[in-house]
Design a protein around this ligand. Sequence first.
Ligand code: RP5
Length: 160
Amino acid sequence: MNQPRVSIIMGSQSDWATMQAATQVLNELEIAYETRVVSAHRTPERLYQFASNAHHQGIEVIIAGAGGSAHLAGMAAAMTHLPVIAVPVASKHFNGMDSLMSMVQMPRGVAVACQAVGEAGAYNAGLMAVQMLALADRGLSERLQAWRARQTDGVPNEVE
Ligand code: RP5
Protein backbone atom coordinates (compact mmCIF):
# COMPACT_ATOMS: atom_id res chain seq x y z
CA MET A 1 0.00 0.00 0.00
CA ASN A 2 1.33 3.44 -0.93
CA GLN A 3 1.80 6.15 1.65
CA PRO A 4 -1.66 7.74 2.16
CA ARG A 5 -1.86 11.36 1.00
CA VAL A 6 -5.45 11.87 2.17
CA SER A 7 -6.98 10.92 5.49
CA ILE A 8 -10.75 10.42 5.62
CA ILE A 9 -11.95 10.65 9.20
CA MET A 10 -15.50 10.32 10.48
CA GLY A 11 -17.20 10.60 13.82
CA SER A 12 -18.80 7.17 13.76
CA GLN A 13 -18.86 3.92 11.83
CA SER A 14 -22.43 4.94 10.94
CA ASP A 15 -21.01 7.81 8.83
CA TRP A 16 -19.28 5.37 6.48
CA ALA A 17 -22.44 4.81 4.43
CA THR A 18 -22.16 8.47 3.42
CA MET A 19 -18.40 8.93 3.58
CA GLN A 20 -17.46 6.07 1.29
CA ALA A 21 -18.47 8.38 -1.58
CA ALA A 22 -15.34 10.40 -0.72
CA THR A 23 -13.19 7.50 -1.90
CA GLN A 24 -14.64 7.35 -5.41
CA VAL A 25 -12.58 10.00 -7.21
CA LEU A 26 -9.53 9.13 -5.10
CA ASN A 27 -9.79 5.54 -6.34
CA GLU A 28 -10.37 6.62 -9.94
CA LEU A 29 -7.32 8.88 -9.92
CA GLU A 30 -5.20 6.46 -7.87
CA ILE A 31 -4.61 8.59 -4.80
CA ALA A 32 -3.70 6.60 -1.68
CA TYR A 33 -5.86 7.33 1.35
CA GLU A 34 -6.64 6.01 4.80
CA THR A 35 -9.98 5.86 6.64
CA ARG A 36 -10.40 6.26 10.40
CA VAL A 37 -13.15 6.61 12.98
CA VAL A 38 -12.24 9.63 15.09
CA SER A 39 -14.85 11.27 17.26
CA ALA A 40 -14.33 14.75 18.68
CA HIS A 41 -16.46 14.03 21.75
CA ARG A 42 -16.18 10.22 22.18
CA THR A 43 -12.45 9.89 21.42
CA PRO A 44 -10.95 13.36 22.02
CA GLU A 45 -7.48 11.97 22.77
CA ARG A 46 -7.54 10.00 19.49
CA LEU A 47 -8.48 13.20 17.65
CA TYR A 48 -5.62 15.09 19.29
CA GLN A 49 -3.11 12.37 18.43
CA PHE A 50 -4.36 12.12 14.86
CA ALA A 51 -4.64 15.83 14.01
CA SER A 52 -1.42 16.93 15.63
CA ASN A 53 0.58 14.14 13.91
CA ALA A 54 -1.12 13.92 10.48
CA HIS A 55 1.41 16.24 8.84
CA HIS A 56 4.33 14.20 10.19
CA GLN A 57 2.67 11.02 8.89
CA GLY A 58 2.76 12.39 5.34
CA ILE A 59 -0.93 13.27 5.12
CA GLU A 60 -1.55 16.29 2.86
CA VAL A 61 -5.33 16.74 3.03
CA ILE A 62 -7.89 15.73 5.66
CA ILE A 63 -11.54 15.00 4.89
CA ALA A 64 -13.74 15.03 8.00
CA GLY A 65 -17.34 13.81 8.00
CA ALA A 66 -19.69 13.94 10.96
CA GLY A 67 -23.32 14.48 11.85
CA GLY A 68 -25.26 16.41 14.47
CA SER A 69 -23.10 18.78 16.47
CA ALA A 70 -20.39 18.24 13.88
CA HIS A 71 -17.39 19.87 15.54
CA LEU A 72 -14.97 17.20 14.26
CA ALA A 73 -13.72 19.18 11.24
CA GLY A 74 -13.24 22.42 13.17
CA MET A 75 -11.40 20.71 16.02
CA ALA A 76 -9.15 18.87 13.56
CA ALA A 77 -8.44 22.13 11.73
CA ALA A 78 -7.56 23.76 15.05
CA MET A 79 -4.71 21.27 15.51
CA THR A 80 -3.17 21.16 12.04
CA HIS A 81 -2.16 23.52 9.25
CA LEU A 82 -3.25 20.91 6.66
CA PRO A 83 -6.39 21.75 4.68
CA VAL A 84 -9.51 20.20 6.22
CA ILE A 85 -12.51 19.50 3.99
CA ALA A 86 -15.72 19.06 5.97
CA VAL A 87 -18.67 16.86 5.04
CA PRO A 88 -21.91 17.44 6.97
CA VAL A 89 -23.55 14.03 7.37
CA ALA A 90 -27.36 14.02 7.35
CA SER A 91 -28.59 13.64 10.92
CA LYS A 92 -31.68 11.90 12.29
CA HIS A 93 -33.52 14.90 13.69
CA PHE A 94 -32.63 17.87 11.45
CA ASN A 95 -31.65 16.16 8.20
CA GLY A 96 -28.12 17.54 8.37
CA MET A 97 -28.99 21.21 8.87
CA ASP A 98 -27.37 21.00 12.31
CA SER A 99 -24.27 19.31 10.83
CA LEU A 100 -24.05 21.95 8.08
CA MET A 101 -24.38 24.92 10.39
CA SER A 102 -21.83 23.65 12.87
CA MET A 103 -19.31 22.98 10.08
CA VAL A 104 -19.79 25.92 7.76
CA GLN A 105 -19.90 28.67 10.34
CA MET A 106 -16.26 28.59 11.48
CA PRO A 107 -15.11 31.68 13.35
CA ARG A 108 -12.32 33.72 11.79
CA GLY A 109 -8.78 32.35 11.99
CA VAL A 110 -9.32 28.63 11.43
CA ALA A 111 -10.58 27.58 7.98
CA VAL A 112 -12.69 24.56 7.05
CA ALA A 113 -13.77 23.87 3.45
CA CYS A 114 -17.37 22.80 3.95
CA GLN A 115 -19.11 20.72 1.28
CA ALA A 116 -22.78 19.95 0.63
CA VAL A 117 -24.77 17.80 3.08
CA GLY A 118 -24.63 14.06 2.45
CA GLU A 119 -23.30 11.83 -0.28
CA ALA A 120 -22.77 14.55 -2.92
CA GLY A 121 -20.73 16.48 -0.37
CA ALA A 122 -18.65 13.40 0.43
CA TYR A 123 -18.08 12.73 -3.28
CA ASN A 124 -17.06 16.35 -3.88
CA ALA A 125 -14.76 16.25 -0.85
CA GLY A 126 -12.76 13.53 -2.59
CA LEU A 127 -12.75 15.59 -5.78
CA MET A 128 -11.68 18.73 -3.91
CA ALA A 129 -8.84 16.81 -2.25
CA VAL A 130 -7.62 15.74 -5.69
CA GLN A 131 -7.79 19.33 -6.94
CA MET A 132 -5.67 20.47 -3.98
CA LEU A 133 -3.08 17.74 -4.51
CA ALA A 134 -2.99 18.44 -8.25
CA LEU A 135 -1.70 21.98 -7.64
CA ALA A 136 1.77 20.58 -7.00
CA ASP A 137 1.55 17.34 -8.99
CA ARG A 138 1.64 17.74 -12.76
CA GLY A 139 0.82 14.11 -13.53
CA LEU A 140 -2.21 14.20 -11.27
CA SER A 141 -3.26 17.52 -12.77
CA GLU A 142 -3.27 15.93 -16.22
CA ARG A 143 -5.27 12.93 -14.97
CA LEU A 144 -7.73 15.29 -13.30
CA GLN A 145 -8.22 17.32 -16.46
CA ALA A 146 -8.80 14.14 -18.47
CA TRP A 147 -11.29 12.98 -15.80
CA ARG A 148 -13.15 16.31 -16.07
CA ALA A 149 -13.26 16.04 -19.86
CA ARG A 150 -14.69 12.50 -19.66
CA GLN A 151 -17.37 13.75 -17.28
CA THR A 152 -18.30 16.54 -19.67
CA ASP A 153 -18.35 14.15 -22.63
CA GLY A 154 -20.65 11.84 -20.67
CA VAL A 155 -23.46 14.40 -20.43
CA PRO A 156 -25.96 13.68 -23.24
CA ASN A 157 -27.30 16.49 -25.42
CA GLU A 158 -30.77 15.05 -25.48
CA VAL A 159 -32.99 13.29 -22.99
CA GLU A 160 -33.07 9.58 -23.77
C1 RP5 B 1 -21.72 11.87 15.28
O1 RP5 B 1 -22.97 11.44 15.69
C2 RP5 B 1 -21.32 10.97 14.16
O2 RP5 B 1 -20.54 11.69 13.26
C3 RP5 B 1 -22.61 10.48 13.57
O3 RP5 B 1 -22.95 11.20 12.39
C4 RP5 B 1 -23.63 10.79 14.65
C5 RP5 B 1 -24.30 9.55 15.14
O4 RP5 B 1 -23.33 8.65 15.60
P1 RP5 B 1 -23.74 7.18 16.05
O5 RP5 B 1 -24.68 7.34 17.20
O6 RP5 B 1 -24.38 6.50 14.86
O7 RP5 B 1 -22.45 6.51 16.45
O8 RP5 B 1 -20.79 11.77 16.30
